[in-house]
Design a protein around this ligand. Structure first.
Ligand SMILES: Nc1ncnc2c1ncn2[C@@H]1O[C@H](COP(=O)(O)OP(=O)(O)OP(=O)(O)O)[C@@H](O)[C@H]1O
Ligand SMILES: [Mg+2]
Length: 328
């Protein structure tokens, strides 16, 4: 009884990304084609070496851990699975040392292969990757490797060709929403529909990011709305952006500059975020106009934020004057 309550206390303290990490392949909410292929490999006992790649928070680590859980019982997990990630040394020594000795030792009592998971493999040095080529080939009978990375181009072609590649693309909104709703029900969160929309928009297909935003906003503000989500992540609200655009186009330079600077300081906004949002807003209307403004801003980037801000306001006003003189 005591141990149950200790466990549930631990679960309560876990960040939600870990608390709601999928435990089995069936729990994963995306990339069904990849999952069914891997299930088939496992059921036919023909698992190849794997290479998972794609942007963060799309389920690469979760997938291989769920596979490992399916392949091995709890008590044999430690002897059959070697998991290395970016926090471990990524040089050639780790290939010659722990990886080689793990891959080369045979298990006496258990049939089947061992699994080496090299998470964040794009952090491995070229030498280490070259050394791994031979190790992968030599111990294929005994060991399977799973390489995971964000950038495929950082994995040498020789390693890529030894593995079956799977790309984990960003999650779609329709995949993320039911999972978020599940967490919302479990955690009893008060959320509005526009709050949900804001989370999904800001996380751009990264499930980890969406869970982190949900957790931090609900902890900081109680209720999750569009406004609290944007404020919690330090992102400018749509109304702020509309105001900025209005000032830049309708006020004189000094007033526009001062008002934007004041809003920026008050809300702790980054100029980069303001510009991205302004860009998105006007992109829907006038592409050329947006590009011009963006270009002017880019010319000034690299200097301090005040100069960049004045460059941005000047760009808007120059375009405004252009449009006005064209019309008259
Ligand atoms: N497909 C998914 N289904 C359900 N939950 C997911 C999925 N993808 C990500 N998550 C959630 O996001 C968290 C992070 O996922 P995971 O560690 O698998 O991402 P990753 O692709 O390995 O990212 P990175 O490239 O940053 O290592 C998980 O703990 C889980 O809560
Ligand atoms: Mg990962």
């Amino acid at each position: 009884m005591a141990s149950t309550s200790k466990l549930s206390n631990q679960a309560r303290n876990l960040p939600w990304v870990e608390k709601y990490r999928p435990q089995s392949l069936d729990d994963l909410i995306s990339h069904q084609d990849i999952l069914s292929t891997i299930q088939k490999f496992i059921s036919e006992d023909r698992l190849p070496h794997l290479l998972f790649y794609g942007p963060p928070g799309t389920g690469k680590t979760s997938t291989i851990l769920a596979c490992a859980r399916q392949l091995y019982k709890d008590k044999e997990f430690n002897s059959m699975v070697l998991e290395l990630n970016a926090s471990d040394d990524r040089g050639i020594d780790v290939v010659r040392g722990p990886i080689l000795s793990f891959a080369s030792t045979r298990t006496i009592f258990k049939k089947g292969f061992k699994l080496v998971i090299l998470d964040e493999a794009d952090a491995m040095t070229q030498d280490a990757q070259n050394a791994l080529r031979r190790v992968i080939e030599k111990f294929t009978e005994n060991t399977r490797f799973c390489l995971i990375c964000n950038y495929l181009s950082k994995i040498i072609p020789a390693l890529q060709s030894r593995c079956t590649r799977f790309r984990f693309g960003p999650l779609s909104q329709t995949q993320m929403i039911p999972r978020l709703e599940h967490v919302i029900r479990q955690e009893n969160i008060d959320i509005t529909p526009d709050g949900m929309k804001a989370i999904v928009t800001l996380s751009t297909g990264d499930m980890r990011r969406s869970l982190n935003i949900l957790q931090s906003t609900s902890m900081a503000y109680g209720k999750v709305t569009e406004e609290t989500v944007y404020t919690c992540t330090g992102h400018p609200l749509r109304s702020d952006i509309a105001n900025i655009l209005d000032w830049a186009l309708n006020k004189d330079f000094t007033t526009a500059y001062n008002q934007i600077l004041q809003l920026k300081t008050l809300k702790g906004l980054a100029l980069h975020d303001i510009l991205t949002e302004v860009h998105l807003l006007i992109h829907r209307g006038r592409t050329a106009f947006a590009f011009f403004c963006f270009f002017r801003y880019r010319l000034a980037s690299g200097t301090n934020e005040k100069i960049q801000l004045s460059s941005m306001v000047a760009a808007f006003q120059a375009v405004r004057d252009l449009v006005v003189s064209d019309a008259s």
